[in-house]
Write a protein that binds this ligand. Structure first.
Ligand SMILES: C[S@@+](CC[C@H](N)C(=O)[O-])C[C@H]1O[C@@H](n2cnc3c(N)ncnc32)[C@H](O)[C@@H]1O
Length: 250
C-alpha cells in the first residue's frame, strides 16, 4: 500500500514507523488514529508527504490552474495532513491562488499552521492559504458548496477505502468533494489503487451524487519503488441551464 510512505516519498520514514503505520491500517477512518500519528511526528520538523512531493504533483496541477479564467483560483486539499503540497502551491503559483487545506486531525492542522507562519510570502501577493479542521464527508460547516475550481486528494480516499468500515465513507467523501466543486471544476485523486478498482468506485460515487459528476479519466502519475501511481480526474458537470440564471449552488 501507498500508505507506508514508500521510498522516494518521505526519506525520514524509518522501518519502525512503517510497522506502526501497518498497525494503524485497521483504523484509518478514525480521527484519534491520525492525531496519534501526527503527534508522534511532532518531534520531527517539516512536512510529511505520504507519497509524491510537490514537484510531481505540481507538474500535473499547475497547468490546470494556469488554464483557469482570470481571478483567484480556488483549490481545496482534502485530508491535507502536513503535506507540503498546499503550502508550496500557495507559495509558488504564478497566478493568485486561494488554497484551503482541510483535515479532521487538529494535530495535523495545527502543525501545518505553524509551517505556514514560518513560510516566506507567496509569489503572488493576492494568494491566500487557510488551514481548517473539518470532516471530509461533511464540509458544509467550513465551506460553501460549489466554490472550488479544484479539489485535491492524495491518499485520503485510499485511507478510507482500505479500512474495514471505510468504503461507505469514501463514497460520501467523493460526493462531498464534488459538491464543493464549481460546475466544470475537477476532483484530482492521487492513488496507487488500480484503475480496475478505482474507476468503477468513482463512477458509482459520482452516479449517486446529486452534485452531478461527469466521467472519470485516469493517467499514470509516476512510480515509486516499482509501483505505479495514478491520478484520477472526475469533473463536476455543468448544468444545461448554466449561464441562464446566474445563481450559485449549495
Ligand atoms: C494518507 S494521509 C494523506 C495526507 C496527505 N494528503 C499527504 O499526501 O501526505 C490521509 C489523511 O486524511 C486525513 N483524513 C482521513 N479521514 C478524514 C476525514 N474523514 N476527514 C478529513 N480528513 C481525513 C487524515 O487525518 C490524514 O491526514
Amino acid at each position: 500500500t501507498g500508505l507506508c510512505g514508500r521510498e522516494g516519498a518521505s526519506p525520514s520514514l524509518g522501518a519502525g514507523l512503517c510497522v506502526y503505520v501497518y498497525s494503524l491500517m485497521q483504523s484509518m477512518d478514525q480521527r484519534d488514529t491520525w492525531d496519534r500519528f501526527y503527534a508522534q511526528r511532532e518531534e520531527r520538523s517539516g512536512h510529511f508527504d505520504w507519497f509524491f512531493g510537490y514537484e510531481t504533483v505540481s507538474g500535473i496541477l499547475l497547468p490546470t490552474l494556469q488554464g483557469l479564467p482570470p481571478g483567484p483560483a480556488r483549490l481545496l486539499d482534502v485530508g491535507c495532513g502536513t503535506s507540503a503540497l498546499g503550502l508550496e502551491l500557495y507559495r509558488n503559483c504564478p497566478r493568485p491562488l486561494h488554497v484551503s487545506c482541510v483535515d479532521f486531525s487538529p494535530v495535523a492542522v495545527e502543525r501545518l499552521r505553524r509551517l505556514l507562519q514560518a513560510a516566506p510570502p507567496p509569489r503572488h501577493p493576492l494568494s491566500r492559504l487557510g488551514c481548517h479542521v473539518a470532516d471530509a464527508t461533511n464540509l458544509g460547516g467550513a465551506f460553501e458548496g460549489g466554490s472550488f475550481h479544484l479539489v485535491f486528494d492524495k491518499g485520503t480516499c485510499d485511507s478510507l477505502l482500505r479500512c474495514p468500515r471505510g468504503p461507505g465513507r469514501a463514497g460520501e467523501m467523493v460526493a462531498e468533494c464534488l459538491r464543493m466543486l464549481r460546475p466544470g471544476g475537477t476532483l484530482f485523486q492521487f492513488s496507487d489503487e488500480d484503475p480496475d478498482a478505482r474507476v468503477p468506485f468513482l463512477e458509482r460515487a459520482s452516479g449517486c451524487c446529486q452534485a452531478g459528476g461527469g466521467s472519470v479519466t485516469v493517467r499514470e502519475a509516476g512510480q515509486i519503488g516499482g509501483i505505479c501511481y495514478y491520478v484520477y480526474m472526475l469533473g463536476r458537470r455543468v448544468p444545461e441551464a448554466a449561464g441562464q440564471g446566474g445563481g450559485t449552488e449549495n
